[in-house]
Design a protein around this ligand. Structure first.
Ligand SMILES: Cc1cc2nc3c(=O)[nH]c(=O)nc-3n(C[C@H](O)[C@H](O)[C@H](O)COP(=O)(O)OP(=O)(O)OC[C@H]3O[C@@H](n4cnc5c(N)ncnc54)[C@H](O)[C@@H]3O)c2cc1C
Length: 605
């Protein structure tokens, strides 16, 4: 079977880079140790090899079919949901008391990475079911939990997150779906939701939608949005009956074609019942809790697809002879045998970029997973607050960098294959199509960038950024222990000063009340700052590798550690200098994208 993930690198990140022991020492995780986590990852890899990877191409080719109000997904989805349920993979992080196995987020996110690299469409059904169940557990009553969650955890029922409406995508304050209180305490739900992933299919016996809607008379804007559990089929004494949730269509998509995306109509016949989760008008706040987790999952999707693409192009480059090396034994002599393309510097550059993006982004995701664990379960409040702030600050980057740079990395992978990369004989074109959505759903790159610059950089009156800078300085100090890492540590320290300079400049607009000017280039700021955050990951990975080599405590081959240090150097030579261009743009006083009202179109004449 072709390689799609490097499980060895994930284990390196958990054990040697991000110190998973700290998480495993928490009271909650006393039943886990590093070896049991390694074993878990091995068993998830086996599951992915058997149940996910073999169906990856077929799910794309067959796609989902909409006919007579129902959608047919690939039948393997039922098998995946059932087996994931039986193995306890759905909601594995839940408490023992709730049927979970209290699995650390670090472990479950690493496990999801493996499955997603194997088949990013199939894994979406599990992720959404777990997310929807998590929302019911966090904010719903015990009765709601008992009614829905066990069947979701067993894989019998699926779950969704139904936010988007035709007029309310990025701007959820414009949601108009309505909810009217019934005498029995339920609500009558009415409205349309579009683009709902896993919204309808035959592979689960019921689908539990977590729907945002407005209770009659609720305030306008985000303060009037409530959250409801709306099952496709409601439960009666006789069994399940239809709940007036109609499937109006399935969107034909360029990628993730095995992952259905539906248009749903709730309450067309005035007979759709929903049950309030938590309190009225707090729905968006609850949903955001799920969305933060979902944003990490989308980042994970981007990074893991890029991982599968990287290994596919690496394999090709090791086998494809073409041309001759310019120097050395081949020279320009056409009578000498062709060299493998992996020997050409330009091909090596593309492969190294892929490696740098894939491993750099997976490192950031597992660090966020660590912060997630510590923010929930550290035994003192100060630490919980600290890690929560760090997580909040890094989440938009953990969503955006793997999506955007994952796409660039896959594009480079396709280039490695030359013409073959553009054909359906190889999986690169599918990875390219599948990944493209990750920069769009769960908040577009534009929206994540507004969040990063507009909210997160000043979060807690700047406390989050201050904490992050402390973490960056700790890494610099560790790297400075090794002479050959010192130049990179010092380049990295200069990036912190650059960030401060850029922020001082941009914040001055916010202080003058010029918010459009402040945020106009938020996406460029995202590119700039995420390049720095990934440089930080590389400095951490190289320092851990160097430490292993120097101390001789090498759990993996020496080559593996040396390749980590080599990739750090690559990242600092080829990626970090791009921040100079970002700075030039961010500090430039010329304003070209802000327009006076009434003159919107003129620039495009
Ligand atoms: C395959 C797929 C699956 C999906 N799954 C789900 C799901 O399961 N549940 C769900 O609820 N939704 C889902 N979505 C919806 C998805 O989250 C939205 O498409 C996304 O949030 C963008 O909204 P939109 O499409 O309305 O685009 P718009 O909001 O119209 O955005 C269009 C462009 O304008 C930019 N823009 C918008 N507002 C601003 C602003 N204020 N400032 C700067 N730029 C702005 C955006 O960045 C974007 O570039 C899915 C979508 C797709 C395509």
């Amino acid at each position: 079977m072709a390689q799609y993930v490097n499980i060895n690198h994930l284990k390196f990140l958990l054990r040697e880079v991000h110190g998973m022991e700290e998480v495993l020492s928490l009271e909650r995780y006393q039943d886990y140790d590093l070896d049991s986590v390694d074993m878990l990852l091995d068993s998830v890899k086996q599951f992915s090899d058997q149940e996910l990877y073999p169906y990856f191409v077929e799910m794309d080719r067959v796609g989902a079919k909409y006919e007579n109000g129902t959608i047919t997904a690939h039948p393997q989805i039922r098998q995946v949901l059932q087996k994931a349920g039986a193995n306890g993979y759905i909601c594995a992080h839940f408490d023992y008391a709730d049927g979970g196995s209290q699995m650390p987020h670090m472990a479950s996110i690493a496990a999801n990475y493996i499955s997603s690299a194997a088949n990013n469409s199939a894994i979406g059904y599990i992720g959404l079911t777990a997310g929807a169940a998590g929302l019911i557990k966090a904010y719903g009553t015990r009765e709601l939990f008992d009614t829905y969650v066990p069947k979701m955890m067993s894989g019998d029922w699926g779950g969704t997150m139904a936010l988007t409406e035709p007029q309310a995508g990025s701007s959820l304050s414009d949601i108009v779906s309505s909810a009217s209180l019934n005498d029995d305490g339920s609500y009558n739900i009415k409205g349309q939701k579009i683009f709902i992933s896993a919204g309808d299919h035959q592979c689960a016996d019921n689908i539990i939608h977590l729907v945002l809607a407005r209770v009659d008379g609720a305030p306008s804007g985000t303060k009037g949005i409530s959250l409801f559990v709306v099952p496709k089929k409601r439960i009666t004494d006789e069994g399940l009956e239809a709940n007036d949730v109609q499937t109006a269509g399935e969107f034909e998509k360029m990628g993730q074609r095995g992952y259905v995306t539906t248009h749903l109509v709730f309450g067309e016949n005035n007979d759709c019942k929903g049950w309030l989760v938590g309190q009225e008008n707090k729905g968006l706040k609850y949903m955001f809790r799920m969305m933060n987790g979902a944003r990490l999952e989308v980042g994970l999707t981007g990074s893991s697809i890029a991982s599968a693409a990287y290994y596919a192009s690496l394999q090709y480059a090791k086998e494809r002879p073409q041309g001759r090396r310019l120097d050395g034994s081949g020279g320009k002599n056409v009578d000498s045998p062709q060299t493998l393309i992996i020997n050409h510097p330009d091909v090596r550059r593309m492969l190294m970029l892929q490696k740098a993006v894939v491993e750099g982004s997976s490192s950031l995701l597992l660090l966020c997973a660590k912060y997630l664990d510590l923010s929930h379960y550290s035994d003192n409040e100060e630490d919980r607050n600290k890690y929560n702030l760090l997580l909040e600050l890094l989440t938009p980057i953990a969503k955006t960098y793997p999506s955007e740079m994952g796409q660039t990395s896959i594009s480079n992978g396709m280039q490695v294959l030359g013409g073959a990369g553009f054909t359906t004989d190889f999986p690169l074109e599918q990875y390219y199509r599948d990944n493209r959505i990750t920069a769009i759903y769960e908040g577009t790159t534009g929206i994540q960038s507004l969040d990063l610059l507009g909210r997160k950089m000043t979060l807690g009156n700047g406390a989050a950024l201050k904490l992050l800078i402390e973490e960056l300085k700790t890494t610099i100090n560790s790297a400075n222990t090794y002479d050959d890492l010192k130049p990179y540590a010092s380049k990295f320290a200069a990036l912190i000063s650059d960030t401060e300079k850029v922020l001082t400049h941009l914040m001055s607009f916010a202080m003058q009340g010029k918010f459009e000017r402040f945020l106009a280039d938020a996406s460029i700021f995202m590119e700039f700052f995420s390049t720095i955050v990934i440089a930080w990951q590389w400095l951490q990975m190289a320092t851990a590798a160097k430490q292993a080599l120097v101390t001789g405590q090498t759990i993996r081959a020496r080559e593996f550690y040396e390749a980590q240090i080599h990739t750090l150097k690559f990242y600092f030579k080829y990626e970090v200098p791009k921040t100079k261009g970002h700075i030039e743009t961010l500090l430039d006083s010329e304003v070209l994208t802000i327009v006076e009202e009434g003159k919107e179109i003129a620039a495009f004449a």
